[in-house]
Design a protein around this ligand. Structure first.
Ligand code: GAP
Length: 488
């Protein structure tokens, strides 16, 4: 039978968003109060998928690499941290308001989107010169120039349809709050906008207590917060999100080698997870962040175009040096190999857990059309699928549920397993397809005789008869991270 698949690039983001909500992956936060913009909650299957992705990243960093250790630093940090890091002064986005719609936009995003439209219309040169002009103006902090670019290009607000713009102003993205119980004693602190600083301020603690020698890395997974002006595209740009960051401390002068190493290594990781190579690309930064001397993004072809998933940044010694200045505490490392003290340079890899989640969902979401019906399923890598196997007695009697429960007991301590005995077997298969369960295991009357079950494979819907004794080994083989690690 002729089958056609709708790959992720054709799937509409809105289909993925409604699938995520309908089948327990992601809900708008506090939805009963109509939600909170750019904040989301993960449901029963969403949290499993996200935890698997985080665990995969964590183990890649701390186990596959033998010179990286972990840390779990607090979200709140001493406020001077953010002075030293440059976030108080420089963590800004240029914003512009449309006076008619009262809507606020990121000025750079307006220009970039306009350039993308020009590029799609075939005028690549003009698009390029526009983005280059934007980069120059941002670099020079020429906000009037950015506004002129917007007006001269006739860029209109999509809501009001007018070009009635305010000036461009800088907007700091950090959320602040107060600590201290009495107003007079309270002081302003920030919700961290990146997890990296928790690593920098603990550099010496970790280096000494874990007895690390340069080059070595410190990895962290944790929440970060940014008051994003443009908050849309589902979980792509959130105000509360999770980062998975690794700071790799190196000898000064070796940063370009390590930058190359980490750019390639991280790209390999995405490919090992099954992302098609044509959906990934590298993008070198034209405008560098205040701390970087080289930076690139790994971009994924989301339904709304190629966008950043992960950043690799050569951060020089900017952060440690600055913390040394502000704290008046030496942030040096004595390198016994060259008999020298120095402040290490840093290459950072930084990926958003939520963006990786969205990438994974976009890659996995598949609609398969046959002449009779259409089948929607999530073609998730079994290693990250929220549920590894569903155990399904074909009827709810004759001792089949009891036999199925025996299988559940044999597997549940090692895998996330679902037991389901209500509804037709076809409907139960469909439910598992929708959440991406790689194996459905049907228990029938014959099972009571021969201890064999039917495995139905999610991607092909093919079925095979296997002994119960082989189930554990088969699921282990398919779902183990090892298969991914071996490709790195
Ligand atoms: N420490 C470096 C740093 O924070 P970044 O490029 O600003 O660099 C790194 O962020 C990654 O964090 C991004 O590649 C993205 O995956 C994720 N990220 C950043 N802002 C985000 C947001 N508002 N919502 C979701 N993920 C975000």
């Amino acid at each position: 039978m002729a089958k056609t698949e709708t790959p992720a690039e054709n799937a509409q983001l809105k289909d993925i968003i409604s699938h995520a909500k309908e089948y327990g992956f992601v809900y708008p936060s506090s939805e009963i109060y109509d939600g909170l913009q750019a904040v989301y909650d993960y449901g029963a299957y969403g949290v499993e998928l996200k935890n698997n992705l985080k665990r995969l990243w964590w183990e890649t960093m701390t186990r596959v690499q033998d010179n990286i250790v972990g840390i779990d630093a607090a979200i709140f940090m001493h406020p001077t941290t953010w002075k030293a890091s440059g976030h108080v002064d420089s963590f800004n986005d240029p914003m512009i308001d449309n006076k008619d719609s009262k809507k606020r936009y990121r000025a750079d995003v307006l220009v970039e989107e306009h350039a993308a439209v020009i590029e799609r219309a075939g005028d690549l040169e003009r698009a390029k010169s526009l983005t280059a002009a934007l980069a120059r103006m941002l670099e020079a902090e020429d906000l009037d120039g950015v506004r002129d670019l917007i007006t001269n290009e006739g860029i209109k607000c999509p809501i009001s349809g007018t070009s009635n713009w305010t000036d461009v102003r800088q907007f700091n993205l950090m959320f602040s709050t107060q600590v201290g119980s009495v107003a007079e004693d309270s002081s302003t602190i920030y919700l961290r906008p990146e997890t990296a600083q928790g690593i920098f301020v603990n550099f010496l603690n970790i280096q000494k207590t874990a007895r690390m020698k340069v080059p070595f890395g410190i990895a962290q997974i944790g929440k970060a917060f940014r008051n994003e002006i443009v908050a849309r595209q589902f979980i792509f740009r959130m105000r509360e999100f999770e980062q998975m960051e690794m700071q790799f401390f190196i000898r000064p002068g070796t940063e370009m080698d390590w930058y190359k190493y980490w750019s390639e290594t991280r790209m390999k990781w995405h490919l090992a997870l099954g992302t098609p190579p044509e959906k990934l690309r590298k993008h070198d930064h034209e405008k560098l962040a205040h701390y970087a001397n080289a930076a690139m993004d790994i971009e994924f072809d989301f339904p709304f175009g190629f966008k950043e998933v992960e950043g690799i940044h050569s951060r020089t010694d900017f952060d440690l040096k600055s913390h040394q200045e502000f704290s008046k505490k030496k942030q040096q490392y004595f390198d016994p190999e060259i008999n020298q003290n120095y402040i290490p340079y840093v290459v950072e890899t930084s990926i958003g857990a939520d963006r990786l989640f969205l990438l994974t969902l976009c890659n996995a979401y598949t609609v398969e059309e046959t002449e009779e019906k259409s089948r929607t399923f999530l073609k998730l890598h079994p290693a990250v699928a929220p549920v590894k196997a569903a155990i399904l007695p074909i009827v709810k009697k004759d001792g089949l549920p009891e036999k199925a429960q025996e299988i559940v007991q044999a597997l549940k301590y090692d895998f996330n397993i679902i037991y389901e005995d209500s509804g037709s077997i076809g409907k139960r298969y469909t439910r598992q397809d929708l959440i991406g369960t790689p194996f459905c295991i049907a228990v029938d009357h014959q099972t009571l005789e021969d201890n064999m079950v039917t495995i139905r494979h999610r991607d092909t819907t093919e079925q095979e008869r296997v002994p119960i004794s082989e189930l554990h080994g088969r699921i282990t083989e398919a779902t183990s991270f090892r298969r991914i690690f071996e490709k790195l």
